[in-house]
Design a binder for this molecule. Structure first.
Ligand code: IMP
Ligand code: MG
Length: 173
């Protein structure tokens, strides 16, 4: 169980990118409060760092969603396995995701949150793999667009491993 990992983005690069995203999001908020919805577990590292870089008032909530088993292919079916703590009706919601792959997870969440009456639902993802999209998703903020490779680190796992790497790397499977 020791796969080889090649660095794609260093810790310094990721930190700088998150600061830039935070500045952009802060500018767009004009001081209005925002609720960050972190999609667990992958986005937790990113969401915490991003929250620190937003100058408007930030509220945080967390949700467990599953569309993957322990493999690397999306099952297409999305389920909420642990819901938010509080309602989002009338709120400015920013969904924070680690990576958009097939698009199934965010397509589902965007609709779900609109149905719950959020005032606005925006999406911020650290990574996006557009070549893998099965459904279209409007993404407001993207850290990096990457090719179709399986990445780990900065919250992203392979069978629950490697989340704690401080950089983003490609795993040689
Ligand atoms: P989607 O619903 O197919 O867009 O899947 C998004 C979820 O799949 C992400 O939140 C990740 O948990 C997982 N995922 C997709 N690609 C990767 C990858 O390259 N590394 C680790 N997890 C991934
Ligand atoms: Mg995820």
């Amino acid at each position: 169980m020791s796969e080889k990992i090649h660095v794609m983005f260093t810790e310094e690069q990721v930190d700088k990118k998150i600061r830039e995203l935070g500045e952009q999001i802060s500018a767009d908020l004009h001081g209005e409060p925002v609720k960050l919805v972190c999609v667990l577990k992958g986005a937790s590292f990113f969401a915490c760092e991003l929250a620190k870089r937003i100058s408007a008032p930030v509220y945080m909530d967390f949700m467990y969603v599953s569309s993957y088993g322990n493999g690397t292919e999306s099952s297409g079916e999305v389920k909420i396995t642990r819901d938010l703590e509080s309602p989002i009706e009338g709120e400015n919601v920013l969904i924070v995701e680690d990576i958009i792959d097939s698009g199934n997870t965010l397509h589902f969440l965007q609709k779900e949150f609109k149905d719950r009456g959020a005032k606005q639902v925006r999406i911020c993802t650290l990574l996006s793999k557009p070549d893998r999209r099965q459904v279209e998703v409007d993404v407001d903020y993207i850290g990096y667009v990457i090719p179709d490779e399986f990445v780990v680190g900065y919250g992203l796992d392979y069978a629950q491993r490697y989340r704690n790497l401080p950089y983003i790397g490609v795993i040689e499977l």
